[in-house]
Design a protein. Structure first.
Length: 360
């Protein structure tokens, strides 16, 4: 297939509340350099995919309030390629929206959908798998996803079960399972025919349209009302979004469709969804603490994530093991690393406090 028929949609709308207090509503994690590598998460996602997709064919869909931030971080993209959603409606709506927008430009387009905030260490493997997916999706009525070889029975990820076919580099999907309990996740790992769902999808615009017509007909009708890539588009989207169903593309389509295929991929992947995943992927000092700070002293302290916004502050930590310590302009968070899944709850509780909103 020609390079000009390849398109990409980067989904950059989340708030990343599990990363609070570094990730806030005004400045979510995808726009931050979480790992200290010199590029933000959304910039790294763009850098990777721009090796196979022309930049004029790369779109970002985000929340309306992050459009300016997206332009600032990705000045290479044409103005109209950064699209703001009027409200959060999960992933089915934004996929329908972008598929319509791209089909209007190129009815033969094959598109890849990427989350903005994932870490991929094995870039070359990623690009090879993406090229294979583009080839398959451009020639067949397939809905393709990249499945990550699991390394542990993680309960925070969705799982894809595939039908084994010897010697193939892609397989038919049998089932999707949203975040399972530990016991089930362990069974999945032992059986060997399960992969992690990375939320990376590849399909031809015709195939995804057909799937939407079949499984989410009402949503398909609602989005058909709009005239894409015209000055009327924004008003029309503003009108239909409040009525559109809030459902993920996984629940709405992929769990039901019969033509879903998975390409197993060992990508050195993490969804960087929690502080623990950042800890696992960041350089550590001799005491297994992370956090490059100019003036930091630690004593009898190991396994800590230490993020202090003010680099001129002296930090002394004694006797702390496996903790998260994050200090920003407005918030100080100190909690055990094993409680990183509770951070969302802290945020909710703060919201309920009088004037607590200003800290979120």
């Amino acid at each position: 297939m020609s390079k000009s028929d390849k398109y990409c949609v980067i989904m950059a709308g989340g708030i990343g509340s599990r990363f609070w207090p570094m990730s806030t509503q005004k400045f979510p994690k995808q726009f931050q350099d979480i790992l200290g590598v010199g590029r933000t998460m959304v910039q790294q996602t763009y850098d990777r995919i721009s090796k196979v997709v022309p930049k004029e064919n790369i779109f970002v869909i985000t929340n309306k309030e992050y459009v300016a931030l997206s332009h600032q971080q990705l000045p290479e993209l044409p103005e109209g390629n950064i699209v703001g959603e009027p409200m959060i409606k999960n992933t089915a709506a934004c996929n329908m929206y972008m598929a319509n927008k791209i089909a209007e430009i190129d009815p033969e387009a094959t598109m890849i959908v990427l989350p903005a905030d994932h870490l991929i260490l094995k870039e070359q493997t990623f690009l090879e798998k993406v090229e294979l997916a583009f080839e398959l999706a451009s020639k067949n009525d397939y809905l393709l996803t990249l499945g990550i070889t699991p390394t542990r029975p993680d309960t925070g990820y969705g799982y894809i079960q595939f039908v084994e076919k010897k010697g193939s580099d892609y397989f038919k999907v049998k089932t999707f399972t949203e975040k399972p309990i530990l016991e089930i996740a362990q069974n999945f790992l032992e059986s060997g025919d399960f992969l992690w769902n990375a939320g990376i999808f590849i399909w031809n615009v015709k195939s995804i349209h057909h799937a939407f017509e079949m499984y989410l007909p009402e949503m398909t009708q609602q989005f058909m009302a709009c005239e894409y890539n015209s000055e009327k588009e924004e008003n029309c989207i503003e009108t239909i979004y409040p009525k559109v169903q809030k459902i993920s593309i996984d629940n709405g389509i992929l769990e039901k469709a019969k033509n879903v295929y998975v390409i197993p991929a060992d990508l050195g992947w993490s969804d960087l969804g929690t502080w623990t995943s950042v800890y696992e992927n960041t350089e550590k000092d001799e005491n297994s603490n992370t956090g490059k700070l100019k003036h930091m002293l630690t004593y009898n302290s190991t396994g800590n994530i230490i993020q202090i916004k003010n680099n001129n502050k002296a930090v002394v930590i004694d006797g702390l093991k496996d903790y998260i310590v994050v200090d920003t302009d407005k918030v100080l968070l100190i909690c055990p690393r094993e409680n990183d899944q509770l951070i969302k709850d802290y945020v909710l509780d703060l919201k309920n406090l009088k004037k607590g909103d200003k800290f979120i």
